[in-house]
Design a protein around this ligand. Structure first.
Ligand code: F6R
Ligand code: MG
Ligand code: MG
Length: 366
């Protein structure tokens, strides 16, 4: 059976700052989605201040009916958020009305259409206080580096390599994308993926053309023209058999790498793997990622496993907390904050503009 998974997320308001949506808002979104007659199954998650709706259906990606369902669910949730006086109610719904697709309207979208395998395991990732480029390292290591994923040399199937679709998220006049292949193009892939603020993995396919990864690559900044929160990316990854195993995809997450985001989307912080439905705390962070593992069969979801809810990850969380404390020790200095080109908050840019006329060119000494 050919099915589509749609994962659509938005920040529509939270309690006590940009921390966590209220139970009432989450319940409203759940109720609204579950009364739909045309989706096969659904699930609603939250991570940090974001709510994500996972839908299975047969309408393909970018379907107006599906996108409208998510948009309307977020609108309904926003009504409750406003009633409760939550902070940033409706924050990511950047357009006044729905125009056929939530892409370009604020919510982040990861979608994939495929022929269901007899057993179809997959992972759902939800990150908060960071940008889509945060996934670059993990998916590069899991799909292209045998040092991290020895399955690439052990399994003839996944050893054939993959096609990476990488998007230039700073380009505003359309989708500027490039397709590169592993293992032959890995150095070119690395050159792009190191630039996390500009290039993001959007999708990964087998060389036979079967999609196994879809990442949301929305740039709120491109839509709103100003800082309205980091892009807090979601991703779907199909696993096992002809794709890397669940554990191979999870392995690189033990790095807790430094990513863009954290407080005011203006800093560098370690990406901490957390349990599903975790909230935000220290310095509006640290940047977090959660992951649910489940199967879909005839479009229906099994119960899910919270993969970072395991003693192993307590150690990684401890390491991430230590890294967060270490980098915060240098405040605004040097690499603790984003570079000028990456800063989305107006303050520093405005200050520099104000200072510009005060600069003088010193006369050459005779
Ligand atoms: C980062 C984030 C927060 C806010 C910060 C200031 O993505 O959501 O760190 O940027 O709390 O928020 P405002 O400007 O709404 O007071
Ligand atoms: Mg968020
Ligand atoms: Mg937010």
């Amino acid at each position: 059976m050919k099915i589509t998974l749609s994962l659509i997320k938005a920040d529509i308001g939270s309690i006590g700052g940009h921390i966590k949506p209220s139970e009432k808002v989450i319940q409203r979104v759940k109720d609204f989605v579950s009364q739909s007659k045309f989706v096969i199954d659904s699930h609603v998650f939250h991570t940090g201040d974001d709510i994500a709706i996972l839908l299975s259906h047969t309408f393909g990606p970018d379907n107006p009916k599906i996108h409208k369902l998510a948009w309307d669910a977020f609108m309904e949730g926003t009504k409750i958020a406003k009633e409760q006086g939550l902070y940033g109610a409706g924050q990511d719904l950047l357009k006044d009305s729905f125009a056929g697709n939530v892409r370009g309207a604020g919510p982040a979208v990861a979608e994939m259409e495929f022929e269901e395998r007899p057993a179809e395991p997959f992972l759902v990732f939800l990150a908060d206080k960071t940008n889509p480029g945060a996934y670059n390292l993990f998916f590069y290591l899991a799909f292209a580096d045998p040092f991290y994923n020895s399955g690439l040399i052990l399994s003839p199937e996944i050893g054939r390599g993959f096609k990476f679709v990488i998007v230039d998220v700073k380009y505003k006049r359309g989708d500027r994308i490039i397709e590169l292949f592993t293992p032959e193009d890995i150095y070119d892939i690395a050159v792009l993926l190191r630039e996390t603020g500009r290039y993001s993995i959007e999708a990964i396919f087998t060389k036979e053309g079967e999609q196994c990864v879809s990442v949301s690559t929305t740039r709120l900044h491109n839509i709103a023209g100003t800082y309205t929160g980091k892009d807090d990316p979601v991703a779907i990854v199909r696993v096992q058999k002809n794709f890397p195993a669940t554990g191979e995809v999870l392995a690189p997450f033990k790095i807790a790498p430094f990513v863009d985001g954290f407080m005011r989307g203006a800093h560098i912080g370690p990406l901490m793997p957390v349990k599903l439905n975790s909230s935000i705390s220290y310095f509006d962070g640290p940047p977090i990622v959660s992951c649910a593992a489940l199967c879909v069969h005839n479009g229906r979801f099994t119960e899910m496993v919270d993969v970072f809810d395991h003693p192993f990850w307590d150690f990684v969380r401890f390491k991430a907390a230590q890294k967060a404390i270490d980098i915060r020790e240098q405040g605004f200095f040097g690499n603790a904050m984003l570079s000028m080109e990456e800063l989305e908050y107006g303050g520093i840019v405005k200050r520099l503009e104000k200072l510009a006329p005060k600069f003088k060119i010193r006369k050459k000494r005779k």
